[in-house]
Design a protein. Structure first.
Length: 113
């Protein structure tokens, strides 16, 4: 069994997979989600923190050395509860990303999906 490695940059990697966690309890506003993704995906500082910029970044991710990236959304019932108007659009961008190494996983039921 291999150990999960915490890399000083703010993400977890194991067996050539990067695990990115979006915790509904911590991501109640869309700005929280952008900040978390920026840190865990090592997105450059010039990231625009909007849906168009997120879509562009997710389609690229060439700077990530791991072969797979799993974005895991935890506690989905409260995820983006303070930005409900943007929740579906944000989730749609995640799910429609054209990057083959990216997988989105929901732990818990997602309303409306």
């Amino acid at each position: 069994m291999s150990a999960v490695v915490h890399i000083g940059e703010g993400y977890y990697a194991d067996n050539d997979t990067r695990y990115v966690f979006l915790d509904g309890g911590a991501c109640k506003k869309i700005s929280d989600c952008y900040a978390s993704l920026q840190q865990q995906l090592s997105i450059p500082a010039y990231f625009g923190r909007n849906l168009d910029a997120l879509e562009e970044v997710l389609d690229d991710l060439e700077w990530i050395k791991e072969k797979k990236i799993n974005i895991i959304i935890l506690d989905t019932p409260v995820f983006l509860q303070n930005d409900l108007a943007k929740k579906n659009a944000f989730l749609e961008v995640l799910h429609k990303a054209g990057n083959k190494k990216l997988t989105i996983v929901h732990l818990g039921k997602t309303p409306g999906r």
